[in-house]
Design a protein around this ligand. Structure first.
Ligand code: GLC
Length: 556
């Protein structure tokens, strides 16, 4: 395979302030990556020991999901202390060693910031519970009296994302707001102490050498808390998916215009470092409103969940890609692409579920109805990944996708840890099926994850996906990712994409520059390849033609 060098490739060296605009970022879910101390739970030292995996994979950065002290009521997104490490995962010294080693290997480090809510074990919440209604300690959260004759009804009809009322009553009769679990009380962003404390947290990690932040539920921080609090009228409007049914900026807790002030304030802090610290918003907000979070004077990037939800349909994907690029461009941001993360069914499985499948019902049926063809899923996932990696902007990978891991849909209900299972009264199994610890070796108690078992059981089929099984194996998914990332680094140029006007139906074809062309066949029939030297394909060509569910990269 010949690869032409490209002089205009972006500078990904440590000082480039724009290193993130077209970076590949690898998400680590720390509890499921590697377990150095053998307690069954992944830890920071485990990550440090395995960093060479990321360096040889060829990613630019790693993003660590929360590793802070936590009760794990929501997998670590319930933070007790924003400026410390969970003792089960290590110490601040272990974090420093991780960051040092990552930087030595040329990898940037991004941490997760969870500003919408703390854990109920946070010192502030303990203070709030001990203090009287109306006190300054309660004002850091959202406490209100209930409705009804004795205040026995929640203050509003707002629903939690995980099911049930978003309000929880405390012994003195008041209620507090929790958009997620009751163990995750929402912070009050109208309170100056809350704002000041997060500035301190941003500086704390920036000074420890962190290169950027992923901002959890970035669209929810600022609420309309003017009295009287207003009902939504329809519980379904509590979901961010219903945002496009309401006038922009009018939802009482999602995507309010005032939230952008918070990010403009943060950008000043992040820009005080060299290079400026990057940030990416997790904002489940449709289209152009989402791009606002990514403006240069705010966070810089926002995850593109429309692409993740786009399925495997050429016309729809083309529309989403074009729209996302236009939105990002209008905001002065670079686009982002993601196919898998710790909250969704892995794409090696999801992409072959029939369109419209209710994934909750499918998971409840143990992944059996409808049945999934794992081989077809992997073929599609590989094609989808090469397509994603050819798009202008940053690609976010989720640990294990480089191994082609499928969703573990048949986890027995007694091992489930996701609060969604209990909070929905056993209607939704939740997200554990994409959080099963990684297989590193083909044998051993947890396939090399650690010396003992794993906190979620790995199915025997995981052995075939292990890093050890795929390392150096021709045609393996791991080698495909490695080759693709190496090539991408060489081919990257500009942030432009030019669609071919003569691609057949069901085929996506575009040029990135005068050196790089990508074609994906989403139709059921083989198609002819466009002109160009074949650099890489996601599956072998069929008599020189591009088979169904296959992507090719070509030089021009
Ligand atoms: C984000 C996280 C998810 C978590 C939720 C509450 O959506 O990705 O895992 O449950 O926020 O913090």
């Amino acid at each position: 395979m010949t690869v032409r060098s490209n002089d205009s490739a972006p500078d990904l060296s440590s000082k480039d302030p724009n290193w993130w605009r077209q970076a590949v970022i690898y998400q680590i879910y720390p509890r499921s990556f590697a377990d150095a101390d053998g307690d069954g739970l992944g830890d920071l030292r485990g990550i440090t020991q395995r960093l060479t995996h990321l360096a040889t994979l060829g990613v630019d950065a790693l993003w660590l999901s929360p590793f802070y002290p936590s009760e794990l009521a929501d997998g670590g997104y319930d933070v007790d202390d924003y400026r410390d490490v969970d003792p089960r995962l290590g110490t601040l010294d272990d974090f420093d060693a991780l960051a040092r080693e990552a930087h030595r290997l040329g990898l940037k480090v991004i941490v997760d910031l969870v500003p919408n809510h703390s854990s109920h074990r946070h010192a502030w919440f303990a203070e709030a519970l001990a203090a009287a209604p109306g006190s300054p300690a309660r004002d850091r959260y959202v406490f209100r009296d209930g409705r009804g004759e004795h205040g026995e009804l929640p203050p509003t009809d707002w629903q939690s994302v995980f099911g049930g009322s978003a309000w929880q009553r405390v012994p003195d009769g008041q209620w507090y707001l929790h958009l997620f679990t009751p163990e995750q009380p929402d912070l009050n962003w109208a309170n100056e102490q809350v704002r000041a404390d997060f500035r301190t947290t941003l500086r704390f990690w920036s000074e420890r050498g962190v290169d950027g932040f992923r901002v959890d539920v970035a669209h929810a921080l600022v609420k309309d808390l003017s009295e009287p609090l207003r009902d939504l009228g329809d519980p379904e409007l509590s979901s961010s998916e219903a945002l496009d049914r309401l006038p922009a900026g009018s939802h009482p807790f999602y995507d309010r215009d005032e939230v952008h002030e918070v990010y403009r304030d943060w950008r000043k802090i992040l820009d005080a470092y060299t290079p400026p610290r990057m940030a990416v918003a997790e904002a489940w907000v449709p289209g152009v409103r989402r791009a606002l979070y990514a403006r240069p004077d705010e966070l810089g990037q926002a995850f593109n969940f429309e692409y993740l939800q786009g399925g495997w349909d050429a016309a729809r994907l083309r529309e989403i890609i074009t729209g996302s690029l236009a939105d990002a461009h209008a905001a002065g941001a670079s686009a982002t692409w993601v196919l898998s993360n710790h909250d969704v069914v892995r794409h090696a499985t999801r992409l072959v579920l029939p369109p419209g499948t209710d994934t909750d019902a499918w998971l409840l049926a143990g992944g059996h109805a409808p049945a999934v063809d794992a081989e077809a899923g992997l073929r599609r996932a590989r094609a989808a990944t090469l397509l994603m990696l050819a798009l202008p902007g940053s690609a976010y990978l989720y640990q294990g996708e480089e191994l082609g891991l499928p969703e573990v849909a048949d986890l027995p209900t007694e091992v489930l840890q996701d609060p969604i299972w209990e909070q929905t009264g056993h209607v939704r199994k939740g997200r554990d099926g994409c959080r099963v610890p990684l297989p590193w070796t083909t044998e051993g108690p947890s396939y090399g994850f650690g010396d003992s078992g794993a906190w979620l059981p790995q199915p025997p089929g995981f052995a075939a996906y292990a890093v050890e099984a795929q390392d150096g194996a021709e045609g393996s998914t791991l080698e495909l990712y490695r080759t693709a990332l190496r090539l991408r680094r060489k081919l990257l140029a500009g942030e432009e994409l030019h669609w071919a006007t003569d691609a057949p139906a069901g085929v996506l074809r575009f040029d990135r520059s005068d050196t790089w062309r990508c074609v994906t066949n989403l139709s059921a029939e083989p198609v002819d390849l466009p002109p160009g030297e074949v650099l890489l394909t996601s599956a072998p060509l069929a008599d020189g033609r591009l088979g169904p569910d296959t992507t090719a990269w070509l030089g021009r």
